[in-house]
Design a protein around this ligand. Structure first.
Ligand SMILES: Nc1nc2c(ncn2[C@@H]2O[C@H](COP(=O)(O)OP(=O)(O)OP(=O)(O)O)[C@@H](O)[C@H]2O)c(=O)[nH]1
Ligand SMILES: [Mg+2]
Ligand SMILES: [Zn+2]
Length: 302
């Protein structure tokens, strides 16, 4: 980074927090109406003469961008320049594996590595989550079983964060902020405060925040919890790239534009029948194909 560049570490529309080359963090404004930045962006900055504050004047090209489909059905970039997505899954309360699959697909489609962390290990692992772990391993993912309350469980995951810009994602309450705090080793953020309704701690994260992990030469982004997630719309034939375990059958279907739904001679469907590919993972793929068809007009689908 040259002295006039900085990294966006928090973003609230036109207002952002920047990490400068000296590592210090300052608030800044985004200049002009057309410039849009997100957490993780590298930007050029200037001094705003009017109020001597910092101004973001330009965004540098992104290495990666991680997207979603927003409530209006439009693509939206959630974070820039991340190298790794850490998808959290929990038993307490049980996470929806179909959302986990769509997160994994979002990473694959964005050229971002992905791994899975099963949280709250201290509360025990149910037979259901052990089964999910087995299936995700079979699909080719690294899985970490962690407890934020027991740092000794965190060593393998921490190693996987080395030299990476990682983003923690997952449903609200899965434990992203608690895990971030334990990994950072300091109480930087408030975790959920006590909720009178349930008696449980409750403090929902409202915006992504990028933290430095200097001892690991990496960064970690804690993100707001979601009720649902889908990657930005892509055409029919691209969706299969979101399912890592399909790759080893590529080129083996009878039709080269096979969508692996009910076509004759489909190598993926054969692998589902023989148990090489998990039936639920394939059902998850089918659901995303249907969702993307609703989002994209027909002329953009193929
Ligand atoms: N027993 C146990 N509880 C945990 C663990 N990690 C998180 N929790 C609890 O789970 C609840 C939710 O944790 P958070 O870290 O706020 O979850 P989050 O994913 O950041 O939630 P959002 O910000 O809403 O997306 C809190 O009551 C935490 O104390 C863990 O490893 N073990
Ligand atoms: Mg949180
Ligand atoms: Zn096929």
């Amino acid at each position: 980074m040259n002295p006039n560049t900085a990294r966006v570490v928090e973003c609230y529309g036109r207002r952002v927090v920047l990490a400068l080359t000296d590592g210090k963090r300052y608030p800044a404004e985004v200049f002009g109406k057309r410039l849009r930045v997100v957490c993780g962006d590298e930007v050029e900055i200037d001094i705003d003469q009017a109020n001597s504050g910092l101004q973001v004047i330009r965004a540098l090209p992104r290495n990666t961008h991680f997207t979603r489909t927003n409530a209006q059905g439009q693509p939206e970039i959630l974070a820039a320049n991340i190298t790794q997505l850490v998808v959290l899954m929990s038993d307490h309360p049980p996470s929806d594996p179909f959302i986990v699959d769509r997160y994994l697909a979002g990473a694959e489609l964005g050229g971002i590595k992905a791994l899975i962390a099963i949280t709250k290990r201290d509360l025990g692992n149910s037979p259901e989550i052990l089964e999910h772990m087995k299936k995700y391993k079979q699909a080719g993912y690294n899985i970490f079983n962690v407890s934020a309350h027991d740092p000794t469980t965190l060593e393998p995951l921490t190693q996987a964060l080395e030299n990476e810009v990682s983003m923690l994602v997952g449903e609200s309450g899965v434990g992203k902020s608690t895990l971030t705090n334990t990994i950072l080793g300091i109480h930087v953020q408030r975790i959920r405060e006590i909720s009178s309704a349930t008696g449980e701690g409750r403090h929902t994260t409202v915006s992504s925040i990028l933290f430095d992990l200097p001892h690991l030469n990496g960064s970690l982004i804690d993100s707001p919890g979601v009720r649902d997630y889908a990657p930005a719309p892509v055409n029919d034939l691209q969706i299969a790239f979101g399912w890592r375990e399909f790759a080893r059958y590529s080129g083996q279907c009878k039709f080269n534009n096979c969508l692996h739904l009910r076509e004759p001679g489909c190598a993926i469907l054969a692998a589902v029948t023989s148990g090489q590919i998990d039936q639920r993972r394939h059902e998850s793929y089918r659901r995303l194909v249907n969702l993307m068809r609703q989002l994209l007009p027909s002329y953009e689908r193929h």
